[in-house]
Design a binder for this molecule. Structure first.
Ligand code: PRX
Length: 657
C-alpha cells in the first residue's frame, strides 16, 4: 500500500464526491475561508486565537526571529483548563454533558461541564497539595477512563507539564520517559479492563521506580479502577479517591504565558531513544480548537462526538481532551477494545449515544471490513454525519467501505494528516466545502502552508511526488524536543533549510490533492502508531543471544506495516537459543516486554549476515524485499554482494514461523 507503484495507480482514482448542498449550508467552514487565510495568515490565526478566553489578551501573533523556535501569541496569558471547563459553565453550558464514559464491562458515567469542572478543581488541589506547581512534570499512565482527562486538565490548570505514557507501554519504556522528563509525580491506576479481564498497570509503575531508579518521583497517585489486588509502597503511594475526598472544590485558575509548556509526549524517531515532543499552551489550544470545529463540522449543542484514540497518543491529547473540551463538545470515551464482549461493540456505542461525528484509524476500518458488513448492519448508525480517519494512509477500498457501510453513503469523510510534532491537523478536506477523493488527505487547511519538494528542495508541481514539507510556522507546532534543541533543529529543519521536513513522502495529483505515501525514514507506522526500527533493534540486541539486529517495516494488509526483524546470533549462544521457533517466541516476547506488545515483530529471521553498504549502513530496502517475499532488488552497492544469496538460501532452507 505504501509503495510508489500502487500509489501511482491510486492517483488515477476517478471517484469524486461533491459536497451535499444541504450540508454546505449548515457547515462551520464557509466558502471564502481559504482566501481569508491566504490574504492575511497571521490575522487569520489571531482571529482563531481570540475564540479562546485570555486572562491577558495578546498583542503579538508570532515571533519567528529565533527560528526554528517559534513563539505564538507570546505576550498573552491564558489557562488551558479554564478554557476547556470553567468558561463553558460561566457562559451557561454547565449542564451540557462533556463526557459519556463507557467502561468495557458496561459500567457508565456521565459528566456535565459543571461536574467535570468540579472534578478538575479538586484534582488540581490534590496535585498542589503534593507540591506540583508551574513547570513541574507529571507522568500519567492510565487506562482510557475519565480520570485520564481529569488528571491532564488538573496538571494544565496548575501550569504544570504532563507526560502521558500509553498504558500499553512496558515498565522499561515508562521508566525511560519518567527519567528523561524528571517527573515529580506519577498518576496511574490499579489496572484497566481489556478483553473482559482486569489488566494491571500499577506493577509496571512499581518496576519503573524500583530501587530508587527515578529519584525525581515523590508520589504515585493511584486511581482504583478494577479493584484488583495492588502492591503498596506507603512511602510513595496514595489512592486518588482518598485524596479527592479530602480536596476542596474551589480552585481559581490563574493565567499563564501562552508559551508556558503544556505537555511532553514521547514519540519514536530514527534513533533508539524516544524523543520528548514539547507543546506549549496558547498556539496549541488555538489550533486544536479551530481544527476540531472546522474539520469535524462541530455543532457543539447538538453533536455527539467520538474519537476512538487512547490518551496515550497525540490524537487522544488533541482530539479527545483539548480540542473537544475547548469547543464545549459532548463526547464519548470508551475504555476497551472494539471486539469486547462482541464484535459489534463500537457500533452498539454509536447507536446508544447517537454519535454523530466519529474519528478512528484505517487499521480499525480494515479489520471491520474483514469481518464483514453483517456486524455493523445490525445497528442503527443513522445518527452519524461526519467520519474521520487518522494515523496512516487510508486505501480507497477502506475509504469506500467506511463511507458506504458505516456512513450510509451520505457522510463526508475527512482523512486528516498530522503528527505528534504538528500537534493538530494540518491536511484534511473540509466537510461541506471539499469535493472528496477517496484515499487522499487533499489540501493543507486554511492557515497552513505546505509543499512537496524534490531532493534539492525545489517545489514540485501537480502530478509529481517527493518530500512533504511545511513552509511556514503554525500555532500548534512543537516548540522543540525536551532538553534537546540540537536534535530538534537537526531532525526537522536541516534536510530542507527554513522548512520543516515531516519525514513523509507525498504526491500531488493532477488536481493538486495531496496523497501522503508514508514515512521515508526509519520510522514504522503500525496501526497508526509510530515505532522506530532503531528502538526495536536496540531492544533485540539487549538480549543475550543477539549479536546484531535489523528491523524493517513490511507491508501488512491490516496494520499498514508490521515489524520484521533479522538477527545474527552470538556464536556462543546458538545452542542455547535452540530452533527458529523457540527463537521467535523468546525474542518476540522480549521486545513486547522491553517496549510493549505493539512493537512485537511479526517475524524474527535468523540470518548469518546483514546486507551493508561499504560505509556500514544496513540496506533495509533489500531486507524489506525479503520480508515481503519479493525478488531482491539491486545489490550492487553492497560491501559484500554475496550476502543476499547467503540470507535467501538460509531462509529457503529453514523457514521461521
Ligand atoms: O506518516 C504519517 C502518518 O503518521 C505519522 C505521524 O505519526 P504520529 O506522530 O504517531 O501521529 C499519528 C496521529 C496524528 C505521519 O508522519 N499519518 C498520520 N496521519 C496520516 C498519516 N499518513 C497518511 N495519512 C494520514 N491521514
Amino acid at each position: 500500500m505504501n509503495d510508489q507503484g500502487s500509489i501511482s495507480n491510486l492517483l488515477n482514482e476517478d471517484r469524486h464526491f461533491a459536497p451535499d448542498p444541504a450540508f454546505t449550508v449548515q457547515a462551520v467552514a464557509q466558502p471564502g475561508i481559504y482566501e481569508e487565510a491566504q490574504a492575511d495568515r497571521l490575522a487569520f490565526w489571531a482571529k482563531q486565537a481570540k475564540e479562546l478566553h485570555w486572562h491577558k489578551p495578546f498583542n503579538h501573533v508570532l515571533d519567528w526571529n529565533d527560528a526554528p523556535f517559534a513563539r505564538w501569541f507570546y505576550d498573552g496569558q491564558l489557562n488551558v483548563a479554564f478554557n476547556c471547563l470553567d468558561r463553558h459553565v460561566i457562559e451557561g453550558r454547565g449542564d451540557r454533558v462533556a463526557i459519556h464514559f463507557e467502561g468495557e464491562p458496561g459500567d457508565t458515567r456521565s459528566y456535565t461541564y459543571s461536574q467535570l469542572t468540579s472534578e478538575v478543581k479538586k484534582a488540581a488541589n490534590v496535585l498542589a497539595s503534593l507540591g506540583i506547581g508551574q513547570g513541574d512534570r507529571v507522568a500519567i499512565y492510565l487506562p482510557m477512563i475519565p480520570e485520564a482527562a481529569i488528571a491532564m486538565l488538573a496538571v494544565a490548570r496548575l501550569g504544570a507539564v504532563h507526560s502521558v505514557v500509553f498504558g500499553g507501554f512496558s515498565a522499561e519504556a515508562l521508566h525511560t520517559r519518567i527519567e528523561d522528563a524528571e517527573a515529580k509525580l506519577v498518576i496511574t491506576a490499579d489496572g484497566g479492563f481489556r478483553r473482559g479481564a482486569a489488566s494491571a498497570l500499577k506493577p509496571a509503575v512499581d518496576e519503573a521506580l524500583a530501587g530508587g531508579k527515578c529519584p525525581s518521583v515523590t508520589n504515585v497517585l493511584v486511581v482504583q479502577r478494577t479493584g484488583q489486588e495492588t502492591a503498596w509502597n506507603p512511602e510513595l503511594d496514595l489512592w486518588w479517591h482518598d485524596e479527592m475526598a479530602k480536596a476542596s472544590q474551589e480552585h481559581e485558575a490563574q493565567g499563564f504565558d501562552a508559551e508556558n509548556p503544556l505537555f511532553i509526549l514521547y514519540t519514536s524517531g530514527t534513533t533508539g531513544k524516544p524523543k520528548g515532543i514539547l507543546h506549549t499552551s496558547g498556539g496549541y489550544l488555538t489550533q486544536v480548537a479551530y481544527t476540531h470545529k472546522n474539520v469535524f463540522d462541530l455543532h457543539a449543542d447538538t453533536d455527539v462526538y467520538w474519537c476512538t484514540a487512547d490518551v496515550g497518543w497525540i490524537t487522544g491529547h488533541s482530539y479527545v481532551v483539548y480540542g473537544p473540551l475547548a469547543n464545549g463538545a459532548t463526547q464519548v470515551i470508551y475504555e476497551g477494545t472494539p471486539d469486547s464482549p462482541h464484535a459489534g461493540r463500537w457500533w452498539e456505542i454509536i447507536e446508544k449515544y447517537g454519535v454523530s461525528i466519529f474519528y478512528t484509524a484505517p487499521t480499525a476500518i480494515r479489520s471491520f471490513m474483514k469481518q464483514g458488513r453483517e456486524i455493523p448492519d445490525k445497528f442503527n448508525l443513522k445518527s452519524l454525519r461526519v467520519l474521520g480517519s487518522v494515523g496512516e494512509p487510508i486505501n480507497p477500498e477502506a475509504w469506500m467501505w467506511y463511507r458506504d457501510v458505516i456512513g450510509g453513503g451520505k457522510c463526508p469523510i475527512v482523512d486528516t494528516w498530522w503528527q505528534t510534532e504538528t500537534g493538530a491537523i494540518m491536511i484534511s478536506p473540509l466537510p461541506g466545502l471539499t469535493t472528496l477523493t477517496p484515499g487522499s488527505a487533499q489540501l493543507a487547511l486554511p492557515g497552513i502552508n505546505m509543499a512537496v519538494v524534490n531532493d534539492d528542495g525545489r517545489e514540485l508541481e501537480n502530478g509529481h511526488g517527493g518530500y512533504l514539507v511545511i513552509t511556514e510556522p503554525w500555532p500548534s507546532m512543537l516548540r522543540g524536543i525536551w532538553r534537546n534543541p540540537d536534535r530538534y533543529k537537526e531532525g526537522y529543519w536541516s534536510r530542507f533549510p527554513s522548512r520543516y521536513f515531516a519525514g513523509d513522502g507525498a504526491k500531488l495529483d493532477h488536481e493538486g490533492n495531496l496523497w501522503v505515501l508514508g514515512r521515508v525514514d526509519d520510522v514504522l507506522n503500525v496501526s497508526g502508531h509510530r515505532l522506530s526500527t532503531a528502538e526495536i533493534e536496540s531492544a533485540l540486541v539487549s538480549h543475550e543471544w543477539v549479536a546484531e539486529a535489523a528491523v524493517v517495516g513490511a507491508t501488512d494488509e491490516l496494520t499498514g506495516q508490521s515489524p520484521v526483524a533479522f538477527v545474527i546470533l552470538r556464536t556462543d549462544q546458538i545452542e542455547a537459543a535452540g530452533d527458529d521457533k523457540n527463537i521467535n517466541t523468546v525474542l518476540r516476547n522480549w521486545v513486547a516486554k522491553e517496549i510493549g506488545p505493539i512493537a512485537k515483530p511479526r517475524q524474527i529471521m535468523v540470518v548469518p549476515e546483514l546486507p551493508k553498504t561499504r560505509s556500514g549502513k544496513i540496506m533495509r530496502r533489500l531486507l524489506r524485499d525479503v520480508a515481503e517475499q519479493r525478488e531482491v532488488g539491486d545489490t550492487t552497492t553492497l560491501a559484500d554482494v554475496g550476502v543476499m544469496s547467503l540470507i535467501t538460501s538460509k531462509l529457503a532452507t529453514g523457514a521461521s514461523d
